[in-house]
Design a protein around this ligand. Structure first.
Ligand SMILES: NC(=O)c1ccc[n+]([C@@H]2O[C@H](COP(=O)([O-])OP(=O)(O)OC[C@H]3O[C@@H](n4cnc5c(N)ncnc54)[C@H](O)[C@@H]3O)[C@@H](O)[C@H]2O)c1
Length: 275
């Protein structure tokens, strides 16, 4: 993305989690992967804010534990998991079953990106991104099925606009995100027999740790991204999205407000490609 004016029109009204009065998840349980920071953390906050008891799954034990402790309400649990490992799904499911009797919401959010020019792609780049971004949602859904089935549960998979509008140097990431769309529709068809709805949220460029954590001054870079006016053509709103805006979309699809919605994709991208 090209930032035209770092002090431009980016400061506009955005969705917030703390002002929401809805309680759509009272008495419900939810597991969110990659919830220690970024979009996952805000999704966990939104679901907890609306009454859910959260299972926070992440590879980062310190930040994940911190988040679980800080969530609204009580009884939240942190589960450490490296979703790049094949055995992580079974282990997570075992830990989840020890913590709750059933799961109402599963958000497959964890994802990683390793940009590389096509000629320089390695087997390791492929293995890692496919494992975390695409294999883990499949294996975790399968491992958690006993907890999800026959209770009107909802699964939300977080893909990306990159799955619809691929760019150069992100071939593997973009392919895994396109794959999430296929997985979502396949699972929606397969899992309705257990009364499970499955949908996809496709965010456009968002202000998250993915884009500022490794900067020399993360706080300053975060502010710059929030204030940025993007090049014409990036999206209609010419700004990046906020995690709370994805969290609101995930909460909607996970709730009974979306009771007749399955196999759908909700684009949360400020009108990408139409600016
Ligand atoms: N940030 C964006 O602009 C953007 C845009 C579209 C889609 N997305 C997607 O949204 C999701 C969240 O992205 P984000 O921007 O919040 O990323 P982020 O890097 O800010 O956070 C990712 C989280 O996943 C965790 N994680 C990473 N590898 C893991 C592993 N092996 N096992 C378990 N947890 C792991 C990290 O510790 C972190 O908490 C991803 O699937 C990403 O592809 C992000």
């Amino acid at each position: 993305m090209n930032i035209k004016n770092p002090h431009g029109k980016g400061r506009v009204t955005t969705s917030r989690t703390d002002s929401v009065a809805l309680r759509r998840f009272d008495g419900k349980t939810a597991l969110v992967t990659g919830a220690a920071m970024g979009l996952g953390a805000e999704i966990a906050k939104r679901l907890a804010h609306e009454g859910a008891r959260l299972l926070v799954a992440d590879i980062d034990a310190s930040k994940g534990q911190q988040l679980a402790t800080a969530l609204a309400g009580g009884g939240h649990v942190f589960l450490e998991a490296d979703l790049g490992r094949t055995d992580s799904a079974a282990q997570l499911a075992e830990q989840a079953a020890a913590a709750v009797d059933g799961l109402d919401v599963l958000v497959n959010n964890a994802g990683i990106v390793r940009p590389a020019r096509f000629e320089e792609i390695s087997d390791e780049d492929w293995e890692l991104q496919v494992a975390v971004n695409l294999r883990a949602p499949l294996l975790l859904t399968k491992a958690l099925l006993p907890l999800l089935r026959d209770r009107g549960a909802a699964i939300v998979n977080v893909s990306s606009e990159a799955g619809f509008r691929p760019r150069s140097s992100k071939t593997i990431y973009d392919t895994t995100k396109a794959g999430i769309g296929g997985l979502t529709r396949s699972l929606a068809a397969e899992l309705w027999q257990y009364r499970i709805r499955v949908n996809e949220v496709a965010p456009g460029g968002m202000v998250t740790e993915m884009h500022f954590a490794s900067a020399s001054d993360p706080a300053a870079t975060k502010r710059q991204l929030e204030d940025a006016e993007l090049d014409e053509g990036y999206n209609i709103m010419r700004r990046l999205g906020r995690p709370a805006e994805v969290a609101a979309a995930v909460a909607f699809l996970a709730s009974d407000d979306a009771a007749f919605i399955t196999a759908s994709t909700l684009h949360v991208d400020g009108g990408m490609g139409l600016g």
